[in-house]
Design a protein around this ligand. Structure first.
Ligand code: PDD
Length: 284
């Protein structure tokens, strides 16, 4: 399998990670997950913009221009032969010795890795939805950076897994922020509520697209915080990410939402989102 290794495409076996790579040692790095359908990336520009924005927020200089990075990713997509799947791209602050918390100077180049995995689109799940539990948001206060340090996220997801749920809906003192690996939204009386962008959530690329879909469909969206009580009383609940698209949540903490069925507005958004994919990548 071909992978991205710094500025090249190489065989996976050729990649070696240094024990003093700052990503490996400190979790000092950022990443993106980009989805491809029919051999075409969806929302590549938006993902690239967020990658470079994350890099800038941690004062990391990516040597490649955005255009060079895009062409590397497209080259990998082509050479991997993957049609529908996910690209995981990671950029760490590179190798610096001896171990020192202080950032090394900019002559230390980032380590870039990227690999494609085949992941078919799960249309059945997008129609039927997933289960969730609520968990405290124990993460740091810069969740807008797509950091590879994901312990807070994976601990929440693991708690969900232990409670037989697919996703963890996170809250800070009763205010819902997002999910462990997706953005969260509720629908009440025909209006969608979702936490505003800022330091408490990741600004989702999928969210950018469904916000546009909602506008086109004439559905009102309020980007304002909502509480656990509002979550419990919502008509519909959904989450969104690159890998799961617009995904209904039909059960929260064992209680059914909308009688356990995907709601009408969520369905409309999921359909409109699929149309956006098809306009760019062909039939899915
Ligand atoms: N996760 N919030 C969090 C905490 C996320 O990890 C993600 C995505 C999102 C949604 O972002 P987007 O719509 O740009 O995918 C929101 C990716 C898919 C992951 O870590 O696998």
């Amino acid at each position: 399998m071909k992978v991205i290794w710094n500025s090249q495409i190489v065989e996976r076996e050729e990649v070696s990670i240094d024990p003093e790579d700052r990503g490996y040692q400190f979790g000092d790095g950022i990443y993106e997950v980009v989805r491809a359908y029919n051999g075409v990336f969806f929302c590549l520009d938006e993902h690239i913009d967020r990658l470079y924005s994350s890099a800038q927020k941690i004062e990391m200089a990516i040597p490649q221009t955005k255009e060079e990075m895009k062409s590397l990713m497209n080259q990998l997509l082509k050479e991997s032969g993957v049609e529908t799947g996910n690209l995981y791209l990671q950029v760490t602050r590179g190798i610096a010795s001896p171990r020192n918390h202080v950032y090394p100077d900019l002559s230390v180049l980032p380590t870039i890795t990227g690999n494609m995995t085949i992941v078919p689109r799960d249309a059945e799940k997008i129609a039927s939805g997933i289960t969730a539990v609520t968990e405290p948001d124990i993460r740091w206060l810069k969740c807008d950076i797509k950091s590879i340090s994901l312990l807070g996220n994976i601990m929440a997801k693991h708690e969900a897994h232990k409670r037989n749920a697919d996703e963890a809906i996170l809250h800070r003192d009763g205010i819902v922020t997002e999910c462990s690996a997706s953005n969260a939204a509720i629908v009440k009386d025909g209006v969608i509520y979702t936490h505003p962008d800022g330091n408490l959530i990741l600004p989702g690329v999928t969210k950018i697209v469904w916000l546009k879909c909602a506008e086109a469909l004439g559905i009102e969206v309020r980007e304002e915080p909502f509480t656990l009580n509002q979550l419990a009383e919502a008509d519909e609940v959904f989450c969104s990410s690159t890998t799961i698209e617009v995904m209904p949540i039909h059960t929260i903490n064992g209680e059914k939402v909308n009688n356990g069925k995907s709601g009408e507005i969520t369905r409309q958004l999921a359909d409109a989102f699929k149309q956006k994919i098809e306009e760019h990548c062909g039939t899915v």
